[in-house]
Design a protein around this ligand. Structure first.
Ligand code: ZN
Length: 269
């Protein structure tokens, strides 16, 4: 199943910077592009399965306390960018036009209800560092003006938001086979438009990287054949469309086979 074919021509373009770092602010540590980092626009639907597998594997490591994933969150951001929470939460993606923003129920600690725009932006930008009007990466990507802020170098997201979000994805995935699992609802506003011209076509608009990840998770839960794999030896979640193997690596296959052989030996001895 190829999401890029399924949503062909969708507006998904997203930004990733070549390097991210942690910066400490009074309300916590943020993940933010480094001063010398170079931005690049790309289409996250093309690598949605890899991205989902990586996010959920980090979520698994966090939930099971297997490793400190902080550095891995930076590497994830360098491959795929930040989640885009600032653009995802408001029901109107062109939120810069409003003085107040209406926030829905969310997992990021924002009180549902209206919040003044300045206060909202302060959660993503340290005070006084709103990007200058020359930052136009968002509109260059065919998106609303608010994305000029979200795609800018000054935009950061709290490390704890990202870690908890990854853990939440994996929590849902880990319960995929249980009969009592509850319906999965996500608060995104996934919009569409019909393009103009002689041959109009339907174009889906994904508001954020988070919305691409959530959609990929939803699709993976509904797929007839599992899209992602879980290593039989180490439990790692991975994506490999070509291999039939049940293991994430040769090493894991060998380890598993040695263990199986030893336990057979014990039974026979
Ligand atoms: Zn493995």
């Amino acid at each position: 199943m190829n999401l890029n074919d399924q949503y062909a021509g969708a507006c998904t373009s997203w930004v990733r910077y070549s390097r991210y770092e942690f910066r400490q602010f009074p309300d916590g540590v943020r993940v933010i592009p480094a001063a010398d980092a170079v931005p690049q626009l790309y289409n996250p639907l093309e690598t949605a399965w890899e991205m989902l597998a990586e996010a959920m594997e980090l979520g698994r490591q966090r939930r099971q306390d297997l490793a400190n994933i902080d550095e891995a969150v930076l590497r994830f951001a360098e491959r795929y960018g930040l989640l885009g929470i600032a653009a995802d939460l408001p029901s109107d993606p062109d939120f810069l036009r409003s003085r107040e923003i209406l926030l829905p129920e969310n997992d990021f600690g924002f009180t549902p209800g209206t919040i003044p725009i300045g206060e909202y932006l302060n959660r993503f930008f340290p005070e006084g560092t709103l990007p200058c009007p020359e930052d136009t990466l968002g509109t260059a990507a065919g998106r609303e003006e608010s994305y000029n802020l979200v795609f800018s170098r000054g935009y950061g997201e709290r490390l704890s938001w990202i870690r908890d979000y990854f853990a939440g994805l994996e929590r849902v995935y880990s319960r995929r086979d249980s009969a009592g699992s509850s319906p999965l609802t996500r608060p995104h506003t996934l919009r569409y438009q019909v393009t103009g011209g002689v041959q109009p076509r339907l174009q889906w608009i994904f508001p954020s990287l988070e919305s691409v990840l959530d959609l990929a998770l939803a699709q993976s839960l509904c797929a007839e054949e599992p899209v992602l794999r879980v290593c039989k030896n180490c439990g790692k979640i991975y994506y490999n469309p070509h291999a039939r193997s049940e293991f994430c690596s040769v090493r894991c296959r060998n380890q598993y086979n040695v263990r199986a052989w030893r336990s057979r030996q014990r039974e026979n001895g």
